[in-house]
Design a protein around this ligand. Structure first.
Ligand SMILES: Nc1nc2c(ncn2[C@@H]2O[C@H](COP(=O)(O)OP(=O)(O)OP(=O)(O)O)[C@@H](O)[C@H]2O)c(=O)[nH]1
Ligand SMILES: [Mg+2]
Length: 291
């Protein structure tokens, strides 16, 4: 713009507009939703892992009310689908997942495994079991997702990165002869194995109890003094938890005021007085006394 008296006003006006624009706050970014984040529910989260078409969705569809997408073509599942399994009086969350291959793992998928308590490696007994296990182990080991007693990988906060894992052998009704044996021999880890057929239902009834046992949790029933225990909704705690851990789970601040506890259950006589550091057993009933 030519510089003379007539353009002074115009110039000042433009400068004002420009500085106003510079000050204007940047438009808010749309909130990003992580589709691979699965909110935990129940007493433990178990996430399935496996190659395409190995039968993951069929397990979730058979054992939970979730709408897992079972299909006879690969990559039918594209995002995690959580469902709830009932084991006795405990709810366990089972999560269907998109498949992994040697070449492709959906971005964000690692996060789901990082967040869970137990990984169920699904291997199709009617296909190449050695190749499937290799793909799954490469994925887990390269991301320090497996518990390793010798070298415990930790994050910057000291949390152990590794997860417990076990192996669900699927499609037992159409298994190749000797497939389970081949799989066990090819696997250098001491996983527990369960053989199932979602088609015929074989082995499915054993899976909930197995998940409960592998999650390493115990159920404790709280009893208010002088009243009956609440036998409907147990507290679930990691195995090895003490009376004090239970008190903290019930009320963190009140826990400091714990005087003593009475216990009915394993290895004690009914109503025995116990110390804060007494280690609890599955199905113990506890009466907490506070000062
Ligand atoms: N015969 C037999 N077929 C099964 C069994 N379980 C699953 N299938 C079949 O295998 C195919 C794949 O099953 P899905 O459960 O969808 O497999 P998936 O692992 O979820 O597959 P992706 O979503 O691609 O990862 C379907 O046609 C199922 O009917 C089984 O126990 N026996
Ligand atoms: Mg699926």
């Amino acid at each position: 713009m030519p510089k003379h008296k007539g353009t002074d006003h115009l110039k000042a006006d433009l400068r004002r507009k420009l500085s106003k624009l510079k000050e204007a706050p940047a438009k808010k970014k749309a909130k990003q939703v992580d589709v691979f984040y699965v909110q935990r529910s129940g007493s433990g989260q178990v996430v399935l892992l496996g190659t395409p078409n190995c039968g993951k969705s069929s397990i979730v569809a058979a054992l939970t009310n979730a709408k897992a997408n079972v299909a006879d073509f690969p990559f039918a599942t594209s995002t995690p689908v959580p469902g709830m399994i009932q084991f006795e009086d405990v709810q366990i969350q089972l999560v269907d997942m998109p498949p992994i291959t040697a070449d492709y793992i959906a971005p964000g998928q690692v996060g789901t495994y990082r967040n869970c308590e137990l990984i169920g490696i699904c291997i199709d007994l009617s296909a190449d079991v050695t190749e499937q296990m290799q793909i799954c182990l490469d994925f887990l080991e390269s991301r320090s997702l497996l518990i390793d007693e010798q070298t415990t990988a930790e994050d910057e906060h000291g949390n152990i990165l590794g997860k417990r894992a076990f192996c669900i052998c699927t499609k037992s009704d159409i298994a190749k002869p000797g497939a389970l044996q081949t799989l066990k021999q090819a696997c250098k880890h001491s996983f527990e194995f369960i053989e199932i057929s979602a088609e015929r239902g074989d082995g499915l009834d054993k899976l909930p109890a197995m998940l409960f046992s592998l999650l390493g949790i115990i159920r404790i029933y709280a009893k208010p003094p002088g009243k009956k225990a609440d036998m409907d909704e147990p507290f679930t705690l990691p195995a090895g938890s003490t009376v004090m851990d239970l008190a903290k789970a019930i009320h963190r601040e009140l826990a400091e005021k714990l005087k003593f506890a009475r216990i009915w259950g394993t290895g004690v006589y009914d109503g025995q007085n116990t110390q804060r550091n007494h280690v609890l057993n599955d199905k113990d009933i506890i009466e907490l006394h506070f000062s």
